[in-house]
Design a binder for this molecule. Structure first.
Ligand SMILES: [Zn+2]
Length: 279
């Protein structure tokens, strides 16, 4: 069985605030996420697809109506930090845990949901993140790149000792649904001037469509089963030309009649059972 997970990281204002890039125009890019969410929800409803939205606590507080619409349409709501804090930028495990707990509390308070999935802002886990998630009762993480199409039980950490040797932790009880930048809309389509570097983006949707489809086709041709996880951002994929791309991608995959669209939690639960049965 092949699965396709369409995932949407509803970052909105939070990364701009965390990076201290709060000029009016940057914040207006964050505000556009709400427009994007409405377009995405309409398309998903039209196509009968259940997706996963990873939402920072700050976004939940500032866009309760849009987050409520996501919930009411039956999509999965998962954790994405509070203010989009990449774990590697935090002071240590105590601060990491505090941010994770704060994110859970906001989702619980505003939406009455306890998130079971986590995606690290900017995909930057530390040696502590998976242990904290495990202890806080999460079912899955979606931030690692050790596989491409196969859910797996990751090491709790991979670290480097003082002599440069790789040290691997014990196997996690969380299941990992892998991701990759090549299947992410942000680097392909955004233009951002950070203080020390620039994301050029602004690629042609036809070129990116070819890449995204080539990954899907490789999975179908070479694996007996698997999941491909696309990572989108409402403020990116919600623009006119990129919505056209998203619809084209959905139509292409559906026409193959070989894969099923699913939210991430259902895929995580299914593969956890399968992997345990095979142990
Ligand atoms: Zn994000």
């Amino acid at each position: 069985m092949y699965f396709v997970c369409l995932t949407f990281d509803f970052d909105a204002f939070s990364p701009w605030i965390y990076r201290k890039m709060t000029n009016y125009t940057n914040l207006s890019r964050g505000e556009f996420a709400a427009i994007g969410v409405k377009r995405i929800l309409k398309l998903l409803k039209n196509k009968g697809i259940q997706a996963t939205f990873f939402i920072p606590g700050h976004t939940v507080e500032h866009f309760p109506i849009e987050c409520g619409m996501i919930k009411d349409e039956g999509h999965e709501i998962a954790h994405h930090g509070y203010l989009h804090e990449p774990p590697e930028t935090l002071a240590g495990p105590d601060e990491e845990r505090a941010v994770i707990v704060k994110g859970i509390d906001v989702i619980k308070k505003v939406l009455n949901i306890i998130p079971k999935g986590y995606r690290s802002p900017s995909w930057a886990l530390t040696r502590h993140t998976l242990s904290i998630l495990q202890e806080e009762g999460f079912a899955y993480d979606s931030s690692l790149m050790s596989r491409d199409f196969e859910p797996f039980f990751p090491y709790l950490y991979i670290d480097v000792d003082s002599e440069g040797k790789i040290v691997k932790g014990p196997i996690s009880s969380l299941i990992e649904i892998p991701i990759h930048w090549s299947l992410d809309d942000y680097p392909h389509f955004e233009f951002v001037r950070y203080p020390t570097y620039v994301i050029h983006g602004l690629y042609s949707i036809n070129d990116v469509f070819e890449n995204w489809v080539a990954n899907f086709e490789y999975m179908i041709r070479n694996l007996n089963e698997g999941v491909i996880t696309y990572t989108f951002h409402p403020e990116v994929i919600g623009r006119g030309h990129t919505m056209t791309l998203l619809e084209k991608l959905i139509n292409y995959i559906r026409n193959t009649q070989i894969a099923e669209f699913s939210n991430v939690l259902n895929v995580a639960n299914l593969f956890r059972r399968k992997l345990r049965d095979n142990q």
